[in-house]
Design a protein around this ligand. Structure first.
Ligand code: A3P
Length: 285
């Protein structure tokens, strides 16, 4: 266990599984290919759900891959030690995932035709989800309370820094042809049409049975039972027994956690930091 973060260029990263050397190499040297598909998110925005959907679309609804290979090997995390090792060795089109903020992302992305999918989520739910994640895992320092994590979140002292900076940076890519912007909230509200949208973006044609399989096998209930996807097979040095990436899987859980004063304080910071962004871009109140 650790009581700090790994700091890289002023940004907090997890300590376990990450190193400055690899992060630096990724940021400065990694080459994204035109054929790659890159999934980007701020942690706790529904990244693993999206990864599961992509894997199922790729295998046309066949569940063999998602049931036999751990999710972090199917779609490696670019900036993690293990993910980088895997990706360095792989050839041909790749799926890769990243939480890196826009300004640190390998510059090769911006001149490539690689497809980028960015998933965002109501930051209040991101905060609550992050609190449980950090409490039940040993990747970096643990908060003593939600009150303390709340403070860290607004200061940007949570893994990958400020949610506000992350979203502002990546939003600058939103009008590009090779970028698809998704939200956890829309995926919850209408998973079928969101999955169809992803298929269209990736140029994948699925028949109705295949689409049904993608939908069913990426559902919260099914994912929660899939050991290859819910992270429960991570070693005990990294997670506590109760940890699964599939925690609650709902929108608006912040309402069960925030005090009125916290909600007001959050809204105030949100309004200041998100000034200039059209409200319609974000599907939360
Ligand atoms: P909660 O902690 O609010 O339940 P990430 O993958 O970016 O770390 O995000 C994790 C969040 O996505 C968790 O939110 C988790 O429950 C939710 N999630 C994971 N798989 C899901 C699924 N199939 N359907 C709905 N939510 C899912």
């Amino acid at each position: 266990m650790t009581d700090d973060y790994l700091w890289f260029e002023g940004l907090p990263f997890h300590v376990l599984g990450f190193s400055s050397k690899v992060i630096k190499e990724v940021c400065t040297k990694f080459v994204i290919k035109d054929e790659d598909t890159v999934l980007v998110s701020f942690p706790k925005s529904g990244s693993h759900w999206l990864i599961e959907i992509l894997c199922l679309i790729h295998s046309k609804g066949n569940t063999m891959w998602i049931q036999s290979v751990p999710i972090w090997e199917r779609v490696p995390w670019l900036e993690s030690d293990e993910g980088y090792e895997l990706l360095k060795e792989r050839e041909g089109p790749q799926f890769l995932a990243s939480h890196l903020p826009f300004h640190l992302f390998p510059k090769s992305l911006f001149t490539s035709k690689a497809k980028v999918i960015y998933i965002m989520r109501n930051p209040k739910d991101v905060l609550v989800s992050g609190y449980y994640h950090q409490t039940l895992t040993n990747f970096s320092k643990k908060p003593e309370s939600l009150k303390q994590y709340f403070k860290w979140f607004l200061q940007g002292h949570v893994p990958y820094g400020s949610w506000f900076e992350h979203i502002r940076g990546w939003m600058s890519m939103r009008d590009r042809e090779n970028v698809l912007l998704l939200s956890y909230e829309k995926l919850q509200k209408d998973p079928r049409s969101t999955i169809e949208k992803i298929c269209q973006f990736l140029g994948k044609k699925l028949n109705p049975e295949e689409l049904d399989s993608v939908l069913n096998n990426s559902s919260f209930q099914v994912m929660k039972q899939n050991k290859m996807s819910n992270l429960e097979i991570l070693p005990e040095t990294l997670i506590s027994k109760e940890f699964k990436i599939t925690r609650k899987g709902i929108c608006g859980d912040w309402k069960n956690h925030f005090t009125v004063a916290q909600a007001e304080a959050f809204d105030k910071v949100y309004q200041e930091k998100m000034v200039g962004f059209p409200k319609e871009l974000f599907p939360w109140e």
